[in-house]
Ligand binder design. Structure first.
Ligand code: 5AD
Ligand code: SF4
Length: 440
C-alpha cells in the first residue's frame, strides 16, 4: 500500500474514444499545474490514473485486469485513480471489488482530481460521480503545448438514447461548451503548436452556441469562426449523428477550405427494422440520401462509419441489408463491433440475443466488405497531389508520417519538420497507408 506522502509523479492511461484521450490530456495538465511530473509509464509513477471506457463489455473487463497488473514485484501499488466512463457507471462496484483503488472520479468531475488525490494520499478513499451541469472546463488550466494535431472537446453527452448504448447514462445529457471558450482554447492550442484541430463530441454536430455578435450558430458557424485563426490549417470533427447533419454543415464542406473532406457518420445497420429497434431516428434510405447530398457538394469526401453486428433479433436477411448499404456507400474506412449487451440499456433485455459464433461470422463478412472498399478508396487517391500534415518521424531514417486531407496515413522521405504541411504526390497505396513523394 502507498505511504501517506503526496504523489510526486503520475501516469494517465486512457482507453476508448478520442474524448477520453482529450480528458486524459486535460487531467495530465491539471496534475502538472499542481507541481507533479509526468512519468513515462505506470511503473515509475506514484499516481496512476486509469481513464476508462464502458462502451463494450471487453473494454470494461480490461479495467479490472489493469488494476491487478499495477501491483509491483515488492507487493506495493501506486495510488490508483479510476476515471472515465467505468468510474461513472460502476464506481461503487470498483470500490468494493478493488481495494487498491483509492479514487473514483467520473468524466464530469475530474477537475476535482488534485484534491481527491490529496485526500486519498492522506489515507481516504474518494468517490465523485455527480454530473454537475456547471463548467468543469472553467476549473481546468489553460492549454499550453500541443502536437501538430490536437483534440478539442466542444460537446459532451447524448440525448439520443440508442437502445444499445451506455453513453447517455455515463456521459449524461447533451451539453455544448460556450463559443468564446472554444475559440480561446483553439487559439491557445494553435499558439502551442497545433495546425489541425479535431472538434470532439458524442454528438458533435448537435453543438449549438452564440457567436460574439449574439447570433445562434451551429457547428458550421463554429468551424467558420475557427477558420479565421490564421495558423490553424485544418479542422475536423467527430462523431456525428445523421439527424443533426444540417444544411449549413453540409454546405460548409464545400465552402470552408479548412474543413477537411472527411465525415465520420455512423449508421450502425442497413436494416430499417433493426434501426427502429435501435431507436436510431433514420432509415437506411434517408442515410444514403444524406450521404448523396454531402457528396454533391464535396465529391471527394471520405465517408467513415460505425456498425454493430448481431443486435438482438438481427436476422441473416437484415444483416445482408447492412452489407448492401456498405456496397452502396463505399466507405473510406469504418469501425465495426459485435453487439455487446450493456447493463441498464433497453436492448440488453430484448429477446433474440444472437449467439457469439453468429456474430463472429457476420463481423468477418462485414469487415471484408469494408476492407475491400478502404483499399479501393486508397487506390483511387493514387496520382493525386495533396497536403500532408507531418505528425511524427517514420521508422526509417529520413522518413515522416502524416495524414492526408482524407485522414489516410501517408509516409514520405524528405527533409521536413513536425507540424509542416507539405505537398506530396500520392504514388502507392496499401490497405492502411499510402506512400507519397514530396513535391519540390
Ligand atoms: N455494442 C456494440 N457496439 C456498440 N457501440 C456503442 N454501443 C455498443 C454496444 N452496446 C458502438 C457504436 C457506436 C460506437 C462508438 O460504438 O457503433 O457508434
Ligand atoms: Fe450512443 Fe446513439 Fe448517443 Fe451515439 S447517438 S452516443 S450511439 S446513444
Amino acid at each position: 500500500m502507498t505511504s501517506s506522502t503526496p504523489p510526486r509523479t503520475f501516469h494517465v492511461k486512457s482507453f476508448g474514444c478520442q474524448m477520453n484521450v482529450y480528458d486524459g490530456e486535460r487531467m495530465a495538465e491539471l496534475l502538472t499545474a499542481q507541481g507533479m511530473h509526468a512519468a513515462d509509464d505506470s511503473d515509475g509513477a506514484d499516481l496512476v490514473v486509469l481513464n476508462t471506457c464502458h462502451i463494450r463489455e471487453r473494454a470494461t473487463e480490461k479495467v479490472y485486469s489493469d488494476i491487478g497488473r499495477l501491483r509491483r514485484d515488492d507487493g506495493t501499488t501506486p495510488l490508483i485513480a479510476v476515471a472515465g466512463c467505468v468510474a461513472q457507471a460502476e464506481g461503487a462496484e470498483i470500490m468494493a471489488r478493488a481495494p487498491s483503488v483509492r479514487v473514483v472520479v467520473g468524466p464530469q468531475s475530474y477537475h476535482r482530481l488534485p484534491e481527491m488525490v490529496a485526500a486519498a494520499a492522506a489515507g481516504g478513499r474518494e468517490t465523485e460521480t455527480e454530473m454537475p451541469a456547471e463548467a468543469k472546463f472553467a476549473a481546468l488550466p489553460q492549454r499550453r503545448k500541443s502536437g501538430p494535431s490536437a483534440f478539442l472537446t466542444i460537446q459532451e453527452g447524448c440525448d439520443k438514447f440508442c437502445t444499445y448504448c451506455v453513453v447517455p447514462y455515463t456521459r449524461g445529457a447533451e451539453i455544448s461548451r460556450p463559443f468564446a471558450d472554444l475559440i480561446d482554447e483553439a487559439k491557445a492550442l494553435v499558439d502551442g503548436g497545433a495546425r489541425e484541430i479535431t472538434l470532439l463530441g458524442q454528438n458533435v454536430n448537435a453543438w449549438t452556441g452564440h457567436d460574439t455578435a449574439g447570433r445562434a450558430v451551429g457547428l458550421a458557424g463554429l468551424a467558420h469562426n475557427l477558420a479565421k485563426i490564421h495558423d490553424l490549417a485544418r479542422i475536423r470533427y467527430t462523431t456525428s449523428h445523421p439527424a443533426d447533419m444540417d444544411d449549413a454543415l453540409i454546405a460548409a464542406h464545400s465552402e470552408n477550405a479548412k474543413l477537411m473532406p472527411f465525415l465520420h457518420l455512423p449508421v450502425q445497420s442497413g436494416s430499417d427494422r433493426v434501426l427502429k429497434a435501435m431507436n436510431r431516428s433514420h432509415t437506411a434510405d434517408s442515410y444514403v440520401r444524406l450521404i448523396e447530398r454531402v457528396r454533391a457538394g464535396r465529391p471527394d469526401i471520405a465517408i467513415s462509419g460505425d456498425f454493430i453486428v448481431g443486435f438482438p433479433g438481427e436476422t441473416e436477411a437484415e444483416f445482408a441489408e447492412t452489407l448492401s448499404l456498405i456496397d452502396v456507400v463505399g466507405y473510406a474506412q469504418a469501425f465495426s463491433f459485435k453487439y455487446s449487451a450493456r447493463p441498464g440499456t433497453p436492448a440488453a433485455g430484448m429477446a433474440g440475443q444472437i449467439a457469439a459464433d453468429v456474430m463472429d461470422d457476420r463481423l468477418q463478412r462485414l469487415q471484408a466488405h469494408i476492407n475491400r472498399d478502404q483499399l479501393a478508396f486508397n487506390l483511387a487517391t493514387v496520382g493525386r497531389r495533396c497536403t500532408v500534415l507531418v505528425e511524427r518521424p517514420g521508422r526509417q531514417p529520413g522518413q515522416w508520417l502524416g495524414k492526408s486531407p482524407w485522414l489516410q496515413s501517408v509516409h514520405f522521405s524528405d527533409t521536413a519538420n513536425l507540424g509542416d504541411l507539405v505537398e506530396v504526390d500520392l504514388i502507392e497505396a496499401g490497405p492502411n497507408s499510402l506512400a507519397g513523394r514530396r513535391v519540390s
